[in-house]
Design a protein around this ligand. Structure first.
Ligand code: SAH
Length: 468
């Protein structure tokens, strides 16, 4: 059972500091049923690989084991445990790399917080029922590039086909802690023969390691259920606790400021709807749809034959379902609309093939260093013919009387742009991706500072000329 982690971050040997394991030494840690060895097959400045090799004793496991090997009597002694990555791997990760798993690095604390190009390879991974698709559905939404190589059952008898085992290679640019957390949770999710008794404490471990990514994972339910070994009530508790953590503070609905915001938002959505109608689009996608206000307006217009809402937040999508009265929707209406969880910063085939996209008050929620990934996802890969995008105008902030000048309107905003900044960015995006762009303001205009919100409408150049 072998896990390797490789980085090409330079100097690559920093991996030794991050893992708290010196590249020149072979080190071992004791596990309940064997040992884990940590060593570096390569340790150069350009590329460094750490290996975690598990040496499990199947016989020791039999003592005290309740259910090894199912009905198969010899299963106690002849089983795949020593070879496949299973929950043992998670235990070994916590033992061997505990600081890294907690995001700590005494020598280079800032490096532990940095995203690095990382590749993890799991030599033998079992894929239960869903097979390859299941593995992909677990890792791809987290942004990994997934490569799977099936193992044949028997090389001498090709006719028997493939076994349920794969070699999995994951590559991504992320923090080492995140990679370890993902492996810690998802390897046991794939392991049907989870060997230890699942206790309440397991929920805590799962939620701790899942923090920051499991809340928004599209396979959240399946991950939790499998991780907790299909123990219905424990899994339900875990899901409830995850959902609780997401409850947002309720806003004071009827304060004058809030009313003004709502009116502005309605105005903004109407303006977006007008542009979408004018574009002639039939298939539209609302990227970062939130609780689905625009989706509801789109549904009322017959012109839009297919409407898709995408958001990264499951909680928002749940609200959208409620707002749309999803469960009571007539079948013909429901056929027109689809909701899906997804990120706008990762290439995603499901986002392609639309006539128009709306992206309303979303970009300011992205980290500035993810804007390039967003641009590529939307304008290079999804490439709708029309993109209607809005964002706040920071110049107007002085006019929101209860806000101090210079502060942002929303705590979750990562940035807010002046009209010039928005124009510069949008013009660059249009030029780089073959669109033309025009701008308009949203909301009451004031001298000097403009209006509270701003809108850009991008049109794919080839398309409009083709049609003209
Ligand atoms: N468009 C909606 C919601 C705007 S709030 C409206 O105008 O009412 C911003 C929304 O973007 C939130 O629902 C948030 O969950 C979503 N979001 C933020 N970052 C995202 C990302 N990287 N991918 C997809 N959605 C994202």
């Amino acid at each position: 059972m072998l896990l390797t982690i490789t980085t090409t971050h330079q100097p690559a040997t920093d991996l030794g500091f991050l893992l708290h394991k010196h590249p020149d030494r072979l080190q071992s840690v004791e596990l309940a049923h064997g040992k884990a060895h940590i060593f570096y097959p390569e340790a150069g400045v350009e590329r460094c690989t750490a290996a975690l090799l598990l040496d499990i004793d199947p016989v020791s496991m039999v003592r005290g084991a309740r259910n090894m090997g199912g009905d198969f009597a010899l299963g106690h002694y002849v089983n795949d445990r020593p070879y496949v990555a299973s929950s043992f791997m998670s235990v070994a990760i916590t033992k061997a790399f505990s600081s890294a798993l907690n995001g700590q690095c005494s020598k280079m604390p800032e490096l532990a917080q940095q995203v690095l190009p990382l590749e993890a390879k799991v030599a033998v991974l079992p894929a239960p029922k869903g097979g390859e698709m299941l593995i992909r559905r677990l890792f791809e939404p987290l942004g990994y590039n997934v490569h799977l190589e099936p193992h044949v059952l028997d090389e001498t008898v090709p006719g028997w086909g493939n076994s349920k085992y794969y070699t999995l290679t994951l590559s991504h640019t992320l923090r080492l802690q995140e990679l370890l957390q993902h492996l810690y949770v998802l390897i046991p999710v794939l392991d049907n023969d989870k060997h230890y008794f699942v206790s309440q404490g397991e929920i805590d471990k799962l939620l701790e390691k899942g923090k920051g990514w499991l809340e928004n994972h599209p396979e959240q339910e399946q991950i939790i259920r499998r991780y907790l070994l299909n123990l219905g009530s424990l899994a339900r508790q875990a899901m409830e606790r995850l959902a609780d953590g997401q409850l947002e503070e309720e806003v004071e609905e009827d304060s004058p400021l809030e009313q003004r915001r709502q009116t502005l938002h309605q105005q903004r959505l109407e303006q977006v709807l007008e542009e979408l109608k004018k574009s002639g689009a039939e298939r539209v996608i609302d990227l970062g749809c939130g609780e689905g206000k625009l989706l509801r307006m789109l549904l009322k217009e017959k012109q839009f034959r297919q409407i898709t809402g995408v958001d990264i937040s499951i909680a928002e999508l749940r609200k959208a379902k409620q707002r749309l009265h999803w469960d009571e929707m007539a079948p013909r209406q429901r056929e027109r609309i689809e909701l899906m969880q997804g990120a706008l910063t990762y290439r995603d085939k499901r986002l392609a093939g639309y006539d128009a996209a709306a992206i309303v008050e979303v970009i300011e929620h992205l980290e500035p260093n993810r804007l390039k990934a967003f641009e590529r996802t939307v304008f290079e890969f999804a490439k709708p013919k029309t993109v209607v995008l809005t964002t706040p105008n920071s110049e107007y902030n002085v006019k929101w009387e209860t806000l101090e000048a210079g502060s942002m309107r929303h705590t979750d905003h990562r940035f807010e742009w002046t009209r010039q900044e928005f124009e510069n960015w949008s013009t660059g995006v249009a030029d780089r991706n073959g669109y033309r762009v025009r701008f308009s303001l949203v909301g009451p205009e004031e001298e000097e500072v403009g209006a509270p919100s701003q809108m850009a409408v991008f049109e794919l150049v080839n398309h409009s000329e083709h049609v003209a």
